[in-house]
Structures are given as structure tokens and as C-alpha cells.
Design a protein around this ligand. Structure first.
Ligand code: PLP
Length: 389
């Protein structure tokens, strides 16, 4: 049996999305910048998609810029903020995605921007009072706060509205990487008070290599990629028209079926928690899986066994795809910066299982039965070997 439980890394494409993209790939090859009919029809398709996406997040079409995904959109915000908004201070957390973390560090090293890290607790929740304190202490600096909506490894959620209100109170810009939550939660940019959010279509059954950046209409950024005048001079390069159509379709499907999928996926996540606790009572969970947590992600801290570093590979051999988070003794895999930061025992295997609307109860049952067997076998091996010594 093949079981895909790595949906936070990427999701399989929805059939409806593929169907929407095929005619574009077949027929709409015109360059959207061309003035002739072929070009104009491609341009019209892009602008229709932009309107559809904008409506779903309560933005204006002119506030959306299509990018090659989440990493590019995050880079546009952080680099653009330094150059164009004259930001002199970034507040972020040590458990952000590397697209934010590494870019913020670079901005600090290269441009001398002050970099502050807000405290997070051992479940990955941002300490809001510390954030307030950092904003208060740096009132004289122009600050950008960049905090992700949901952590991609452990799923802990940020109260977006609360942080948005706080940033507005201190006249700070607020960017949230919503790559893991877009298409899974309703997002209303106007209500939340965010200045920037970022999206990647392949995290909700859309194609890879396409995403968008939302920029509040009162903010002017310069492009990261220069060249042609595409995306109203904000992102040069011939548009990924089939990708844009795929993104819009994936957003439409995700919003149409959101409540139903949330219920189904959350149910599977809770079921897996329950089943794992039954077969392996020593099991623990990273983050706060049954609390304020992204329903697609479950990060499990397994007990020590003979197989520690090999656990994820053993799952793979049995057909189960998941993500490892702990350090690998070979040194070839760098341990997760998120788990390290939260003080989680890196000697024990932590594994992220992440679900989608295509995940079934049978798949969870299979995964749990494999995990049960792996631990039974490895405990037995341990006993045999200690007897032999
Ligand atoms: N931000 C977060 C939270 C992510 O989980 C990811 C993908 O893993 C990214 C950004 C990067 O997105 P992309 O793969 O579209 O560059």
C-alpha cells in the first residue's frame, strides 16, 4: 500500500484543477503582453483569475501579484520593505520558514537592519506580550513584523487579527506567510489588518511554481525581479498563464469545499492521535495538535528505539511518505530548526504526518499498523541484542 502523508510539503493536484489548465496549455499560448488577439485573450484569462482570487480573500485585484510561489513572495516583502518602505527593524520568530528566516538574516547582515526575535513557547505559540514589548522598545524605528500564520512543521497557529491590531497600534507593517493556511482557512485581508500575505498553490492541490503576494493598496513596493512590465511593473517575466489559472481554480475548489474538508481532515488527525496513543502509549506530540493547530499537520515525537534515525526510511520502505524532523546521526540531514528551538528531544525521532482531502481512514489505519509493527520489532531486536552481549 502507498500512503502519502506529506501534504504540508506538497499536495497532489486536484483533477478539477488539471481540467481547468489543459485547455489553457492547448490553446492559450499567446503572450499576455502581445497586443494582438492571441495576447489579448491570454491577458483576459489572467485578469479574470486575478479577480477570482482577490474576491476570495477580500482584496482588490490590483493588490495581487502572481509570483513563482511562496519563497519568491516572502522575498519580495522582506527585501522590498527594506528598500522601499525604509524599514530599519524586522521582528520575526526563530521558527519561521527559511524563506523568511534566511532573508531576514541576510537583510540584517547586508543592510544593517536591526533584527529582533519574538519569543515562542514550547508549543510554538508566539508570545504576544513580548511582541508588544519589542514594538514598544523600538517605537522610534520603522518596523516590519513577519510572522507565519501556521507553522509548517508543527502546525501552531498565530492569532492574525490580534497581531494585525497590535502592528497597526504601533504603526508597524505586518507580513504573514500564509502558505500553509491559504486554501484551508478563510482569509479576509481587510478584516485582519495585514499589509502583506503570501501564497503557494501547490499546498492546496494547485500546480507548483505559482503563488501570489498580496500587498495592501496603500503600499508601494519595487520589483524584486526586473525586466518587462508584467504584473504592473512588480514582477518581470512572461506570466505563467496555465499556473495562474490552476491557482485560481485550486482557490475556488478549496473555498467551495472548505468546511467539509476541514471536518474530514481534522477528524482523521484526531483519529491518528487516538490510534497512536493506543498502540504506543509512550508517544508524544510536538506543538498543540488538539489545540489551536493547523488541522492538516500532526507532528509526532516517537519513543527511542533501535531504529531512531532510520525511522522515516523504514516508513518509506513500507510505502508511507512522511517528513522527518530530527537530526540524522550521519550528519547529512540538518535537524529541524523549529524542533530545536522548541527544546524538543532531538535524539528521538520526530515525524510530521500531514493530511489532505484525499487522505482516508484506511490509510491512517495502515500507517498506525506499520508504526506499531516497527516499534514491536525494534524493541524485540533490542532485547535480543542485549541478551547476546
Ligand atoms: N512558507 C511556508 C510556511 C512553507 O511551508 C513553504 C513551503 O514549504 C514556503 C513558504 C515556500 O513555498 P514555495 O514552495 O512555493 O516556494
Amino acid at each position: 500500500m502507498k500512503v502519502y502523508l506529506d501534504n504540508a510539503a506538497t499536495t497532489p493536484m486536484d483533477y478539477e484543477v488539471i481540467e481547468a489548465m489543459i485547455p489553457i496549455l492547448r490553446n492559450n499560448f499567446g503572450n499576455p503582453s502581445s497586443v494582438h488577439a492571441f495576447g489579448r485573450s491570454s491577458r483576459a484569462i489572467i485578469e479574470k483569475a486575478r479577480k477570482q482570487v482577490a474576491r476570495l480573500i477580500h482584496a482588490k485585484p490590483s493588490e495581487l501579484f502572481f509570483t513563482a510561489g511562496g519563497t519568491e513572495a516572502d522575498n519580495m516583502v522582506l527585501r522590498g520593505a527594506i528598500d522601499d518602505l525604509k524599514i530599519t527593524h524586522i521582528i520575526t520568530s526563530r521558527i519561521e520558514h527559511h524563506a523568511v528566516l534566511d532573508t531576514a538574516k541576510l537583510m540584517h547582515q547586508k543592510d544593517g537592519v536591526k533584527l529582533s526575535y519574538v519569543n515562542v513557547d514550547n508549543k510554538g505559540f508566539v508570545d504576544i506580550s513580548h511582541l508588544k514589548q519589542l514594538l514598544e522598545e523600538n517605537k522610534n524605528l520603522k518596523t516590519l513584523v513577519s510572522l507565519m500564520h501556521a507553522n509548517n512543521e508543527i502546525g501552531s497557529l498565530l492569532p492574525l487579527k490580534k497581531v494585525g491590531d497590535l502592528c497597526n497600534e504601533y504603526d508597524a507593517y505586518f507580513h504573514s506567510d500564509t502558505v500553509q493556511t491559504m486554501g484551508h482557512y478563510p482569509i479576509d485581508v481587510k478584516e485582519l489588518g495585514v499589509h502583506f500575505i503570501t501564497c503557494s498553490a501547490h499546498k492546496f492541490h494547485g500546480p507548483k511554481g505559482i503563488g501570489f503576494l498580496y500587498v495592501n493598496e496603500n503600499i508601494q513596493l519595487k520589483p524584486l525581479i526586473t525586466g518587462g512590465a508584467q504584473e504592473r511593473n512588480m514582477r518581470a517575466g512572461t506570466e505563467n498563464i496555465h499556473g495562474i489559472v490552476g491557482l485560481a481554480k485550486a482557490m475556488e475548489v478549496a473555498h467551495r469545499d472548505m468546511a467539509e474538508h476541514e471536518k474530514q481532515i481534522k477528524g482523521l488527525k484526531y483519529y491518528m492521535v487516538e490510534q497512536l496513543q493506543q498502540v504506543l502509549p509512550e508517544v508524544e506530540f510536538n506543538g498543540d495538535p488538539l489545540g489551536n493547530s493547523l488541522y492538516t499537520v500532526l507532528n509526532v515525537l516517537f519513543p527511542h528505539s533501535e531504529m531512531d534515525e532510520m525511522f522515516i526510511y523504514n516508513l518509506d520502505i513500507e510505502g508511507i511518505a512522511a517528513s522527518g524532523g530530527s537530526a540524522c546521526s550521519s550528519g547529512s540531514v540538518v535537524g529541524s530548526h523549529v524542533l530545536k528551538q522548541l527544546g524538543i528531544d532531538m535524539e528521538r525521532p520526530s515525524t510530521r504526518f500531514s493530511f489532505s482531502k484525499y487522505t482516508t481512514k484506511e490509510e491512517i489505519d495502515y500507517a498506525v499498523s506499520v508504526i506499531k509493527e516497527l516499534f514491536r520489532f525494534n524493541k524485540k531486536e533490542k532485547v535480543k541484542r542485549s541478551i547476546g552481549k
